[in-house]
Design a protein around this ligand. Structure first.
Ligand SMILES: *[C@@H]1O[C@H](CO)[C@@H](O)[C@H](O)[C@H]1NC(C)=O
Ligand SMILES: *[C@@H]1O[C@H](CO)[C@@H](O)[C@H](O)[C@H]1NC(C)=O
Ligand SMILES: *[C@@H]1O[C@H](CO)[C@@H](O)[C@H](O)[C@H]1NC(C)=O
Ligand SMILES: *[C@@H]1O[C@H](CO)[C@@H](O)[C@H](O)[C@H]1NC(C)=O
Ligand SMILES: *[C@@H]1O[C@H](CO)[C@@H](O)[C@H](O)[C@H]1NC(C)=O
Ligand SMILES: *[C@@H]1O[C@H](CO)[C@@H](O)[C@H](O)[C@H]1NC(C)=O
Ligand SMILES: [Ca+2]
Length: 456
């Protein structure tokens, strides 16, 4: 009479119900930097109207400074996140304490795998499993911590606390507005890590290196998402949907910057590589694979990490055996628009003689034996070029660091003091998330050059 398998089943059912909402979301990143929706006020009902980005010339973010649509800016007044904040925001006409912008609470912007922001009184905690605190907390640090202990849920609070659990009743504690989970993660100031008495909860499958999917649709994230993927990752996910005639893959987020990191889709039965994407060759349309079993493979080398990808897959049911009426002229006519309706679709069969098919045995080797990939087939000149590039990057980074130290240190001494005493508890006192949030607010109003994340 052990109830845990039943509980696990319920959690699984619940989580898959949550991911079926994936088709409604307009965000696949945790901070909504990919939001391109049309909400133009800070709250859907009764929010403050947003200013047009082509009319905010007195502020750092406007279309004169970023004329090429960087960060989604344009001649509109929709909420955007061009500076890597924890969620989309916009400038507003009036101000509070000299702050001329506000976060937007956008119901349609929730990354699949994020279950929302919930209240946590602590008695008992909303997630009752293990917990830890860390001044290097990121969303994925917490998720990995919980995933390693086989929990299904991970929650972050106040920027530095991490809670694990399988508790189904987290919703009973009350859902809060997403804007109440705006504290930055101490380990990454571009991610939201809950609030005071507010826990932001994630499915621990987000950012796992591999997994097995059988539900008709889901979103698979690159390893370590929403952090950058680690070096030397070789991960694979199986997507096997019984009864499916085809599986459609839509890369809703793709950020891989070099050619040596890659994503592949393989026919699960033949292990043929059907599609391969890297920094030079990003996915440009959805991929329709006529198979019920697909393997998604990801590989990263030792340099140039990036945030990775989110891929939404949707299995298409095998068509029911049709009665004869399809042979009549009407049926043929009706099916014509269906085939031309989505010209952006790339239709590939599992038996495609892709030019990269020669490599598939290597991939298969990786999959079936060990998760390390030999990278000895690199010409010597590439190594010299890479070394030169690395040197330049290091110089650039040092220069940038020096610049930052000279510009920033007078304004926020608390950060450097927190580094000094990070071994003990007192850092919590110095390094409040609100300090960082406040610092960010200052940046957005004044010197924009200090927050150069637009367009990256
Ligand atoms: C926001 O957009 C809606 C519809 O797109 C429009 O009717 C409304 O006037 C806009 N509000 C503002 C403040 O621009
Ligand atoms: C900004 O863009 C809007 C929408 O296209 C337009 O109505 C408005 O006149 C523009 N403002 C300026 C200052 O160009
Ligand atoms: C996926 O299935 C394979 C084969 O059944 C198994 O070895 C592997 O551990 C599973 N992976 C996960 C993450 O459950
Ligand atoms: C892929 O997903 C994006 C974002 O949800 C959507 O806008 C786009 O239409 C989808 N593409 C296809 C071909 O389904
Ligand atoms: C994908 O391919 C299958 C089989 O070739 C086809 O039935 C289906 O209509 C295609 N789906 C889309 C969205 O093109
Ligand atoms: C398949 O092979 C044919 C003949 O060798 C070639 O013309 C075609 O481009 C190949 N298709 C792909 C997708 O590589
Ligand atoms: Ca790389």
């Amino acid at each position: 009479m052990d109830p845990s398998p039943i509980v696990a089943l319920f959690v699984a059912a619940f989580l898959s119900a949550a991911t079926s909402d994936a088709f409604q979301t307009e965000c696949y990143t945790a901070n909504g930097k990919d939001y391109r929706g049309r909400q133009n006020q800070t709250f859907l009902q009764g929010g403050k109207p947003c200013l047009y980005w082509n009319e905010t010339l007195q502020h750092p973010y406007n279309t004169v400074k970023y004329p090429n649509g960087e960060g989604g800016l344009g001649k509109h007044n929709y909420c955007r996140n061009p500076d890597g904040d924890v969620r989309p925001w916009c400038y507003i006409a009036d101000h509070e304490d000299g702050i001329y912008w506000k976060y937007c609470d956008i119901p349609t912007c929730r990354m699949p795998g994020s279950l929302g922001c919930f209240t946590d009184s602590g008695e008992p905690p909303t997630l009752t499993g293990t917990s830890e605190t860390s001044n290097k907390l990121t969303i994925q640090n917490c998720i990995s911590f919980c995933r390693k202990q086989k929990y299904k849920l991970a929650g972050m609070e106040s920027g530095y606390a991490c809670f694990c659990g399988n508790d189904l009743d987290y919703r009973l504690h009350g859902e809060a507005a997403s804007s109440e989970c705006n504290h930055v993660c101490f380990g990454d100031h571009t991610q939201p890590c809950g609030g005071d008495g507010r826990v932001i909860i994630f499915d621990t499958r987000v950012g796992a290196c591999g997994g097995n999917y059988t539900s008709p649709s889901a979103v698979v994230y690159s390893p370590d998402f929403p952090d950058n993927y680690n070096t030397g990752r070789a991960c694979y996910w199986t997507i096997q949907v019984p009864g499916a005639s085809a599986i459609l893959f839509n890369f809703t987020f793709f950020e891989i910057i070099d050619q040596t990191d890659m994503v592949e889709l393989l026919d699960g039965h033949t292990n043929h590589v059907v599609a391969r994407f890297d920094g030079r060759n990003p996915p440009r349309s959805a991929i329709n694979i006529t198979a019920d079993f697909v393997i998604l493979y990801f590989y990263s080398d030792r340099t140039n990490q990036a945030q990775g990808f989110a891929v939404l897959y949707q299995a298409l049911k095998a068509p029911e055996p049709r009665p004869k009426e399809e042979d009549k002229g009407v049926g043929g006519e009706a099916s014509l628009p269906a085939s031309t309706a989505e010209p952006s679709l790339e239709s590939v069969t599992g038996k495609s003689n892709d030019s990269t098919a020669g490599q598939s045995s290597q991939i298969l080797y990786v999959i079936t034996s060990s998760p390390t990939m030999p990278d000895h087939n690199m010409p010597v000149w590439t190594i010299y070029a890479l070394a030169a590039l690395l040197t330049l990057t290091v110089i650039a980074m040092i220069a940038k660091l020096l610049l930052h130290i000279t510009v920033k240190s007078p304004t926020i001494p608390s950060i450097s003091s927190s580094e000094a005493c990070s071994q003990n508890e007192p850092w919590i006192i110095f390094y409040r998330p609100s300090t960082i949030s406040f610092f960010k607010k200052k940046l957005k109003n004044h010197h924009g050059d200090l927050s150069p994340l637009v367009g990256n």
